[in-house]
Design a protein around this ligand. Structure first.
Ligand SMILES: Nc1ncnc2c1ncn2[C@@H]1O[C@H](COP(=O)(O)OP(=O)(O)OP(=O)(O)O)[C@@H](O)[C@H]1O
Ligand SMILES: [Mg+2]
Length: 250
């Protein structure tokens, strides 16, 4: 039987006293690829941040479970240690810390084990090659001076190095050129196995050309209003979200 990795039950959450997530349910099992689509401002990035435990967001009702453990109130570093990973919609710069040192620290924190510098360096170079990133990025400060597309690639690079159980990718494909989309999707394909899972938040589905989506969810106004298989993407592309909103009586 497939193991459930993430289970969200009746989640309500707010930021600055404004309720953004309004009763959301979601279950992700190992081996699955889930896609969340929805209009701007619907709460997709907010949901991703809440799953990771961002301190600005207050959960007022409901629960988040990871591998059957209630993590609703857990700190972000604990969640990362358990195998959760978020690739940000807008990755931030971390001046003063090189990519390599950042990843070494993250790997040690996530695994709780000492990282052997030489072997790690070799691993980094191999992964960078797969993602067609220049070696010099390993010694550059995290995201400082990176182009928009390079930042997204560097997020996927971090995912491959940390090998999480559940990777949440928030608009990782936006701003990537056609070749970079292919490189990034093959990086994701390589990461994917039957013991991990991916949650992709996206507005365009080029990234899914090479990656089969098992479930597609439509998130509108803080709730998942429709779930289907990959065919739902075509329907969304053809009719937009408005028809689904009107079905809700809005
Ligand atoms: N830290 C915050 N402070 C104030 N408002 C916030 C904060 N985070 C999110 N919001 C609000 O919550 C709502 C949902 O935002 P969110 O970023 O989750 O949307 P989204 O679905 O990811 O949209 P997009 O497709 O444009 O990325 C928006 O109205 C946004 O302004
Ligand atoms: Mg967003």
């Amino acid at each position: 039987m497939l193991k459930t990795l993430l289970k969200i039950e009746n989640l309500h959450a707010s930021v600055e006293d404004k309720e953004i997530i309004k009763g959301l349910h979601l279950e992700i099992k190992e081996g699955e690829v889930h896609v969340i689509m929805g209009p701007n401002g619907a709460g997709k990035s907010t949901l991703a941040n809440i799953i990771m435990g961002h301190p600005d967001y207050i959960v007022s009702e409901g629960h988040i479970y990871f591998e059957d453990e209630d993590i609703t109130q857990e700190k972000t570093n604990e969640r990362a240690r358990k195998g959760l990973f978020l690739s940000f919609q807008a990755p931030e710069e971390i001046p003063g810390i090189t990519m390599e040192n950042f990843l070494k620290t993250a790997r040690a924190a996530v695994t709780g084990q000492e990282v052997k510098a030489y072997a790690f360096h070799k691993e980094i170079l191999a992964k960078m090659k797969e993602l067609q990133m220049e070696e010099s990025y390993a010694s550059r400060h995290v995201n400082v001076g990176f182009s928009g597309g390079e930042r997204k690639k560097s997020e996927i690079f971090q995912m491959l190095m940390l090998n999480p159980k559940l990777a949440i990718l928030d608009e990782t494909d936006s701003g990537l050129d056609v070749d970079a989309v292919k490189t990034v999707s093959s990086g994701i394909n390589q990461f994917k196995n039957d013991q991990n899972a991916i949650l992709i938040i996206t507005h365009n589905t080029r990234i899914l050309d090479q990656l089969h989506a098992d479930f597609v969810h439509v998130l509108i106004d803080g709730k998942i209003v429709k779930t289907g298989n990959a065919d739902l993407i075509e329907q969304i592309t053809a009719t937009g979200f408005a028809s689904m909103e009107s079905a809700l009586g809005k």
